[in-house]
Every structure is written in C-alpha cells, then in structure tokens.
Write a protein that binds this ligand. Structure first.
Ligand code: HEC
Length: 159
C-alpha cells in the first residue's frame, strides 16, 4: 500500500471515530420524537383557570394575534405556521409542541391557562416563558384569541 493511501485510511478512521463519539454525547433530545404530551393533563395551576382574557374577541384582535404569532412572537417556528405543532424548530422536541388545530385541546383549556403557560412556560419542555420577555402581556392575550381560530383554519392534517 502506498503511503498516501495509508494516510487516507488513517484520516478516514479518525474522522469516523470522531463522528461516532459526537453521536454518543449528543443530541440532548431523542432523534425520534415521542409526540405531544397528554392534553388531558393541565400545564397550569388550578387558579390560572379562572383568569379571563381582558380583550373582547374581534376580527382586529385576531389579526393582531396572527401577526404576533407569525413574526415577533416566533411561535410559528415550533408550533408551525398553521399551528399543527410541526414547525421546523419543533420537529425534534420531546415533548412535541402543542398542536393548536385540535379542537379537543381548546375545549380542555381556558384562556387563563394558556396565558399562564405563555407567561411561565411549561416545565419539563422547551416551551419557555415568552411574556413579558418576547411579547407583552397584551400581545399574549391577543395571540390566545388567534390560537382559538386555528382548528377552523387548518382542520386537515399535513401529509
Ligand atoms: C422553541 C419551541 C417553541 C416556541 C418558539 C413556542 N413554543 Fe409553545 N410549546 C412548545 C412545546 C414543546 C410545547 C409543549 C409543552 C408541553 O406539552 O408541556 C408548547 C406548548 C404551548 C402551549 C400549550 C400548553 C398547554 O396548556 O398544553 C401554548 C399555549 C403555547 N405553547 C403557546 C406558545 C406561544 C403563544 C408561542 C409564541 C409566543 C410559543 N408557544 C412558542 C414549544 C414552543
């Protein structure tokens, strides 16, 4: 075997070993997602349930909420532009981002509970606190009105 060929093999083996080691230490999240957490388990403490949305719903408020969700709030990156929980940054998360197109989810949660999660995050997940750091409390309430419209906007699952 020529010296050049031997060196090539050494480099290849070292490279493969490095890749293998990298695979052993990472990634933090499993490559295969186990899906969304059970929606019947509340994420917010019981007292959050009673807190009501200070904004009456209107087309204008929903439109504001949509703009915040799809830009400043960065919600779409994980929850997906249509709200199915299939945003590029959410695909590998465990638990997966919530699918807001599921009507059952909306039946189970009050606005106050959604607001609590946007304020405090959902412990044990990559849903961190987004208000007041990223969006104001006012914007959070508007986003919630928008989230409520998602089941009727995007009822079909993605292919
Ligand atoms: C980095 C990814 C990421 C981003 C960005 C993100 N979320 Fe989430 N979100 C998640 C994950 C993951 C969950 C699931 C948490 C769980 O199951 O406990 C979640 C859950 C939620 C829930 C549901 C909690 C419940 O009661 O089950 C709400 C509401 C929510 N997010 C709102 C938002 C809003 C509004 C934004 C934008 C301001 C946003 N999220 C941005 C990852 C994200």
């Amino acid at each position: 075997m020529s010296r050049a060929a031997f060196q090539l093999i050494v480099v290849f083996v070292a490279f493969s070993a490095a890749i293998y080691l990298l695979m052993l230490i990472g990634p933090e999240e499993p490559a295969v997602s186990t899906g969304e957490k059970d929606i019947t388990i509340p994420r917010a403490p019981a007292e959050a349930k009673r807190v009501t949305n200070p904004f009456p719903v209107s087309d204008e408020v929903i439109l504001d909420g949509e703009r915040i969700y799809q830009s400043k709030g960065t919600c779409f990156t994980c929850h997906g532009t249509s709200g199915r929980g299939d945003g590029p940054a959410g695909l590998e998360l465990n638990p997966r981002p919530r699918n807001f197109t599921n009507p059952r989810f909306h039946e189970l949660r009050t606005d106050g509970e959604l607001f609590w999660v946007i304020r405090n995050g959902s412990p044990g997940s990559r849903m961190f606190s987004y208000s007041p750091s990223v969006i104001t409390e006012e914007e959070a309430w508007k986003v919630i009105h928008y989230l409520r419209t998602l089941p009727t906007r995007s009822p079909a699952p993605t292919g």
